[in-house]
Design a protein around this ligand. Sequence first.
Ligand SMILES: C[S@@+](CC[C@H](N)C(=O)[O-])C[C@H]1O[C@@H](n2cnc3c(N)ncnc32)[C@H](O)[C@@H]1O
Length: 274
Amino acid sequence: MSAIGRYLSYYGKAITAYQVHSPAVYDFIIEVMDQKREYYKFGEIEFLRELYLNSKDSIPFIELGAGSKKLSGNTRPIAQIAKTSLSPVKTCRILFNTVKFYNCKNVLELGSSLGISTAYLGAVDDDIKVISLEGNPSSADIAKHNAKQLELSNIEIITGSFADTLMPTLNKMKQVDLAYLDGNHSYDATIEYFDKILPYLHENSVIVLDDIYWSDGMLDAWKQLMQHPTVTYSIDIYSSGFLFFNKSMKSKQHFSLIENWKKIWQIGLFSKVK
Ligand SMILES: C[S@@+](CC[C@H](N)C(=O)[O-])C[C@H]1O[C@@H](n2cnc3c(N)ncnc32)[C@H](O)[C@@H]1O
């Protein structure tokens, strides 16, 4: 299916806040989708993003995920990574709100890249522990440097392939309150990571899958996970999908929320590198 086809399949189902009757989803719209809420760390983090967007340097690069639709080679300009691989500020704010609203203390991220989304996750509060996994050593070094620079001592970046680092990390964490899956955007990998993380979740955990409409494989993975017996409700905001396990929902429900009208004009113009 083309990118426009995937967008239209989302748009056909999407509803606005005025059509929502579920209190849980209404809360999500008010508390999580709010991108206007300011926090002092946002400016500091975005200052770093801006530095990388304007960087003239390149770093060694190992392709570990589903791969870039646009880039290849053994080195990559930092500015290209910053432009194409990082979650946009809007998604980062939504992640921050998610951690805050659902009171997540044990946060796992798959795919730190330069550590920008990682910083948003860690900025919520000092008593949150964020463990972020990154397979590209040069990116991981930058992410570590950023956490230090931002004085976010609650962030730990673990370098290595998810195949080697995910299980030891889960065993160390014991419980995952929020998992942000933002690396290796393929069907098989997404299902595999979900299955591995599942035993560490509890009723109030949240899984956020990035870029569920990025490819047919990601959309298939999202549709399959929405139907997973442990998932009680799911919310699709196009850029990401949220899976909830809260048993207070009487029957399994799925919601596609309209994010932004302008988005339709962006399809095909921007696609994030995995
Ligand atoms: C989309 S980027 C992450 C962006 C970051 N979360 C942000 O928004 O600021 C995905 C990252 O996952 C890493 N990655 C992909 N597949 C991986 C794997 N199998 N093992 C380890 N790292 C992987 C890539 O090196 C890349 O840096």
